[in-house]
Design a protein around this ligand. Sequence first.
Ligand SMILES: [Zn+2]
Length: 309
Amino acid sequence: MILFQCKIKSIMKTSNKNIVVISTITLFIVVGVIIISPIKDVQAHDTDWNWTVDSDCINASGRYVCNIPADAKTAHVLIPDLREAIPQQIGLQNAHQKTTLRISTSVANTGDGQWQMRSENPATQELPQLAKQQLLLSDGTLWKEYTVSQFEYHPAHKHFHIAAVTSYELYTATGSSDTEPITKTNIGSQKVTFCLIDWIKISDNSPNNERAYSNCDGQFQGVSPGWMDQYHQELEGQELDVTNVPTGYYFLVVTANPEHNFIEKDFTNNQAWILIHYNNDDKGNPKLEILNQSECLDYPGLCKYSPNR
Ligand SMILES: [Zn+2]
């Protein structure tokens, strides 16, 4: 039954997107021009939240910029805010006629509240379970919980993951001075799963002194405010297959909460990118250079990968 509900949810999502795509195509035909949206506006409509969203989450253009439940502010609920660190550590791997771009990524919570997830029933290796996001009050007590994702067993990592935490995508770039990812390639991984734990502090000024979440096999996972979870490039799944990608300039775009399933304060700060030059060395082997990165001002700990971590 639970699996069935999840499937229904994903089918609903797909059909909503199809409708958007079809109407967009129709609009292009009628108007006769192609309008390309910058990446910040790609996920404009989220229609399958099972709660009423605070009206302040809709901006002047009618787009959702968050998905805070309508009555959370009056109840003084602490809400997380999800972001990606700049993916500074990347590499190329050549094996079995396949070239793979390997990526270390970190998803951070820069909000006010815990990003706390509970498995509805403890998930098993065979049976995924609905993942409930728990919203907490300042004294740590539970205010409400909402079904937002699922817990599923990851056979390569040998622990439980939560679905659709991040996405990794390649966008084409016009050259070494391009600063706006606009056009997606077909290379990407939309729904990367994570075991969410407090792995490292974003900065030394973090208000937390110890990890609140450290277990990938229990009923609870999460990331505390001021902390981030990190997945190293050597882990299975931290990769994009670039075997058939022509040499050139590309953006590697990483997005936290790409489907806007998880409740958070601000969708507009979820993406980070690096501009890369994918090229060949003197011997004709593929190589990578990082030329630029997205703006990274508020949290220096999210701006550069540290080898000490
Ligand atoms: Zn894992």
